[in-house]
Design a protein around this ligand. Structure first.
Ligand SMILES: Cc1cc2nc3c(=O)[nH]c(=O)nc-3n(C[C@H](O)[C@H](O)[C@H](O)COP(=O)(O)OP(=O)(O)OC[C@H]3O[C@@H](n4cnc5c(N)ncnc54)[C@H](O)[C@@H]3O)c2cc1C
Length: 401
């Protein structure tokens, strides 16, 4: 396994659970030190596609029973979530989405703005046209879940080597045979590249290109403030492409800017680490400016910290997982579209099934590496389509939520 982020740890855990103990995770830094360390950890089940809705419903069920099963706290805070419509257009979209999700078996209902305010006291009801309430949603502490996965995986025989970068993959006669590290080569018949945005570099060295683009994503956290109880639900505001959740007495607020900044990993210094991702105060202005309409108190709240990272986005908002055509034994797990924490358990299960059985239990062809054919040979087009997914993340028709 190349990469010890939440995906690498989850895939290793699922392989271990399936009885494969000969698994080695190679991580260039510390476990969870990539995008995983920067994530807000929102776990939202109200999604645009049925597969993803079912997948995140699976996540919620498994997180809720994790402690009883494994004796480890996975860091799940099941505070529920609200999804707001501030405009007529979103009101219609939200009602369509709620009806669809109910048919898919999700517990979700429309509630009045006043009921929403009782749950999220910072909300000014005058701005709200409609509101969906999903009581089983919440957020997970990304590092805690990653460590929980790693701990259980180790107990199943998986080995994890930190500070161990994979410097090259050896491919002989169309088959992967080894992963090179500064301590020598690790011979293997199977390699999974779960390296987040660095998949571009690992693939590039083999002449492979994947239909994804790393795009900067950011959030900020306010100082503790009145009206932000620690059990406040997660709030999503699609009209503003923004989200909120409680964070130690204050509010964490993030969102998807209209003009995303995509990045080419090859243009960053080789030793680049995710914490070095530059934060952009203009994005905070765009986000905060919009949010004060529905949450006026945020206007005066001091920001005490921000987080930024480079999750990878695909042209259709689905993941990019599975075997790499033309290189036997090589698999990729990338294209998290900024829901890789929420999706870590199902994605880990799918990749493990693909490796061990050649297929997944559910139909995951929409996540296959090969689904775009040659459409994205043109990088400019790829970037434009991935940026469009980013900017429309909360659109039922165009995005993932
Ligand atoms: C600001 C922000 C907010 C987010 N909010 C959410 C959210 O609310 N909900 C949600 O579900 N998701 C969220 N995400 C997305 C989430 O962080 C990612 O989807 C998730 O972390 C992906 O995990 P990963 O393991 O694929 O990648 P990463 O965590 O990036 O892990 C990749 C790992 O590979 C290692 N690596 C790279 N190259 C090599 C090499 N050559 N050799 C060895 N190791 C290597 C890296 O060091 C890294 O540890 C957010 C992301 C950001 C940046």
């Amino acid at each position: 396994m190349v990469g010890g982020g939440i995906w690498g740890c989850s895939i290793a855990y699922h392989l271990g659970r399936a009885g494969v103990s000969d698994v080695l995770v190679l991580e260039r830094g510390e476990l969870g030190s990539g995008n995983t360390s920067q994530a807000a950890g929102l776990v939202g089940q109200l999604r645009a596609s049925r597969l993803m809705a079912s997948a995140i419903m699976e996540t919620v069920k498994r997180l809720a029973s994790w402690q009883a099963e494994h004796g480890e706290d996975p860091g799940f805070r099941q505070v529920g979530s609200l999804k707001l419509a501030l405009t007529e257009e979103r009101d219609r979209e939200l009602r369509t989405q709620v009806a669809q999700a109910q048919r898919w078996g999700l517990g979700v209902e429309l509630i009045s703005p006043r009921e929403a305010q009782a749950r999220a006291p910072l909300l000014d009801t005058r701005a709200v046209k409609a509101c969906a309430w999903i009581p089983t949603d919440g957020y997970v502490e990304p590092y805690t879940l990653t460590m929980a996965l790693a701990t259980v995986a180790r107990g199943l025989g998986v080995r994890m080597r930190r500070q161990s970068p994979v410097t090259a993959l050896t491919v002989e006669r169309g088959r992967v045979t080894a992963a090179e590290t500064p301590d020598g080569a690790v011979e293997t018949e199977t390699v999974v590249v779960a390296a987040g945005p660095w998949v571009e570099l690992i693939g590039g060295a083999l002449g492979l290109r994947f239909a994804l683009v790393p795009i900067r994503h950011q959030f900020w956290v306010t100082a503790p403030m009145d009206g932000a109880p620690r059990d406040m639900p997660v709030v999503r505001v699609p009209d503003l492409s923004a989200y909120l959740r409680p964070e130690v007495g204050g509010v964490l607020m993030g969102g998807y800017e209209r003009s995303p900044k995509s990045v080419a990993m090859a243009e960053l210094p080789p030793a680049f680490t995710i914490e070095e991702t530059e934060k952009d105060p203009a994005a905070l202005e765009e986000l905060g400016g919009g949010l004060t309409e529905a949450f006026p108190a945020l206007g005066a709240a001091p920001m005490i910290r921000g987080c930024a990272g480079l999750p990878t986005f695909t042209p259709d908002g689905n993941c990019l997982i599975g075997p790499v055509p033309g290189v036997r034994g090589l698999y990729v797990a990338a294209g998290c579209n900024a829901f890789g924490i929420a999706g870590a358990l199902p994605v880990g299960r799918w990749v493990s099934e693909l490796i061990l059985e050649g297929r997944t239990g559910a139909d995951t062809s929409t996540q296959a590496l090969t689904r775009f054919g040659t459409r994205y040979r043109n990088r400019r087009r790829l970037r434009a389509d991935c940026e469009s997914i980013y900017a429309n993340m909360y659109s039922l028709a165009k995005g993932a939520f």
